[in-house]
Ligand binder design. Sequence first.
Ligand SMILES: [Zn+2]
Length: 235
Amino acid sequence: MKHRGIVWVAMLVMVLYLLIGKNYQEATKKFASDFKQQVTQVISNINPQKIIKNYQINTETSKATTKSASKTATPIESVVQGHSLANVYYYQFATTIPSHVKKVFEQAVREYNRTGIVKLVAGKGTQKQNQIFFSIYNKKMTTSNQGTIELGHGGPEVIQQTGVNAYTVNHAKASLNVRYAESVQLSMAVHELGHALGLDHSSNRNSVMYPVDQGKTRLSSGDLEGLKAIYQGNN
Ligand SMILES: [Zn+2]
């Protein structure tokens, strides 16, 4: 009899899992995807691996949210890990960028500047200085995208010069997919700029680096911790 009880519990768990799982798939239909670049590995387009990772993160989060919110730092992009980067960045805009999109990026810049951890300055910068390039693109989603909409991409590109004049810099990019009106919003710009500065996705819903856009525009304590780890700490 005891065994039968266990079977029923197992079935109930399975049914719940199927129901909840379905809802989560619905919820993840719209999310921001990523763009990652490395000196040795040039990926100029959306990384399919990342989409899968996004889904996994969401599933994990669905289980974790019933517990108290984790206070761990937002993870750091692997290409940035182990590098010591200056905290000053020079940013510029693509000439094709419409003024309303530019404004959104400028607001995102202010959000990071008010942390005091990084300093983003308008201008071109030199090859040996950190740079960020803001741009737009126009990508229509097809059925092969399985109902997901890519709203933007962004990421660091770490350049390491060895030898006598050794230096390490980040020449990063952040871009919004203007094909979809919902991409042009502060939460998206803050998220993509976060990638550019070296932050990876977080499974914490308070984070601006949560892979699904939730309209978050303020960096969480975990996001600040992640930034500090890159620019002030032992990363
Ligand atoms: Zn992302």
